[in-house]
Design a protein around this ligand. Structure first.
Ligand SMILES: [Zn+2]
Length: 474
């Protein structure tokens, strides 16, 4: 079966063929974080979908060349640095670091490049693109000194989002400060400096200012991957205006089709509601870890739903993910034990490849990353091999062969191996309990034990001191 993906541009499932004439290299661009706060689980869902896509392409022997940008200048980052009273770069640095920590905790493979918007080379590339667009009459400088894209001169504008330009007029999108634009839908390529920007400014042919968000991605993508990409990903909320603008800018400069396949993942809800700080259901990875869950458990929870279906994040769902991973762990442990019985040499060249079920997993992912189908194959396999083990009908060679199959598909899932590391928050509670016990404050010690239990951790007092482990059956 050939890999098929759903292309937002055509609204159709299409066979995937890379631009590379040898058919092996895949150029992939993924919109990255805006570093004014920690990523929330909705952002993380998109990153995990993109990771699954990359890993599956690699399993299918494609060589993925991937870029993920870091937006470290925009209204929110500037506002954040102003209210913190520190320079922009100092304000964004800890959020950049936290972003990379999140990737590691969630076992997300690193992109080949993480360009930053404030990189002088990237700013120069953005300015150059804007100059080209002005020269082609696709952009203009307005009276407010900002430079805008002229959407009326780009007939394809609106095709990705599938809407009619005339609709824009009636939506009341006009902001009072945008009266200088020729068309209400014209978007900023270069934003002229104003007092609110403080020291954040770059020189340009149009005076001091900063680039718009959309031109950032067009410039970075073409700088690092060339004028044409195989796959561009993001969340559905990136479709308009961000990705629509990326197409207009890039194709406006190159006159070439920018992206072959546009892939977007759906929204994430929490307990059936839109995630928001005011509802108290706004979660980052840190919030999930503080409840005693691990990175791989969240990875699994965000990965197990098809990327084009909305995810409803719940704590029960986290429990189900924990249970699913436990079943996998137990199965792998059982197979290892069986394989070890006859001291099988690995790899074993004469071992048969596991049955059709084996390739069923990969076939399901070929079908627009049908993860539920793939996981269905995995759990059916687990059921059947466990039954065969119960009946003594699975020998060491077969067990070994299934282990090899598992190792292959786990290159895509990335969930094997228990995490034994105790999170810092849990360590701190344990330390507080040790102190309480030294002070013979038994009530406090019990309270802390209950607190740890509520978060899914068990405390045992041994002769070597206190031991904290994940609670069984939680
Ligand atoms: Zn982008």
């Amino acid at each position: 079966m050939r890999l098929r993906v759903f292309n937002t541009y055509s609204r159709a499932l299409e066979e995937f063929h890379p631009l590379d004439s040898a058919g092996r290299e895949v150029k992939m661009y993924t919109c990255g974080p805006t570093v004014y706060s920690h990523a929330h689980i909705g952002n993380l869902r998109a990153y995990i979908f993109e990771d699954l896509l990359q890993r599956h392409l690699e399993l299918r022997n494609y060589k993925v060349r991937r870029v993920m940008n870091i937006t470290d200048v925009d209204d929110k980052t500037i506002q954040g640095s102003r209210s913190a009273g520190i320079p922009l770069a100092e304000f964004t640095l800890p959020f950049k670091q936290a972003f990379f920590e999140d990737l590691d905790t969630l076992r997300i493979k690193r992109a080949d490049f993480f360009p930053e918007a404030t990189d002088p080379g990237q700013i120069a590339a953005m300015i150059e693109m804007i100059q080209t667009l002005i020269a082609r009459d696709l952009a203009y400088q307005a009276d407010d000194k900002s430079v805008y894209f002229r959407i009326n001169k780009f007939p394809a504008y609106g095709q990705l989002a599938h809407f009619d330009l005339s609709e824009l007029r009636s939506t009341g999108r006009v902001k009072s400060d945008e009266y200088d634009k020729e068309h209400v839908g014209d978007f900023a390529l270069w934003k002229a400096w104003d007092e609110e920007d403080g020291p954040v400014r770059w020189e340009s042919p149009w005076g001091p200012g900063r680039p718009g968000w959309h031109i950032e991605c067009s410039a970075m993508a073409t700088q690092l991957l060339g004028e044409q990409l195989d796959i561009h990903c993001g969340g559905v909320d990136n479709i308009f205006p961000h990705h629509e603008a990326e197409i207009a800018q890039t194709e406006g400069c190159t006159s070439k089709k920018f992206v072959r396949s546009w892939m977007h993942c759906a929204h994430l809800m929490v307990d059936g509601q839109k995630m928001s700080k005011s509802l108290g259901n706004f979660y980052t990875l840190r919030d999930v870890l503080a409840r005693g869950y691990t990175g791989r458990e969240l990875r699994y929870a965000l990965m197990r739903v098809h990327y084009r279906a909305p995810i409803n994040f719940t704590w029960e769902g986290m429990e189900e993910s924990r249970e699913a991973l436990r079943r996998i762990d137990d199965w792998v442990a059982r197979l290892r034990e069986k394989a070890g019985e006859e001291n099988v040499q690995r790899p074993t060249p004469n071992v048969q490849r596991p049955t059709e079920e084996g390739s069923g997993f990969e076939d399901a992912l070929d079908d627009d990353l049908n993860i539920s189908g793939a996981l269905g194959v995995l759990f059916e396999t687990i059921r059947e091999t466990n039954r065969a083990l119960d009946l003594g009908k699975l020998d060491a060679n077969e067990a070994n062969s299934w282990l090899q199959w598992w190792e292959r598909i786990d290159r895509v899932l990335g969930v094997s191996g228990e995490e034994n590391a105790v999170p810092a928050e849990i360590e701190a509670l344990g330390e507080a309990r040790t102190q309480a016990r030294l002070a013979k404050d038994w009530r406090k010690s019990d309270e802390l034990r209950d607190e740890l239990a509520a978060r899914g951790w068990e405390v045992r007092d041994t002769k070597d001191g206190q031991k904290i482990t994940r609670r069984a059956g939680v």
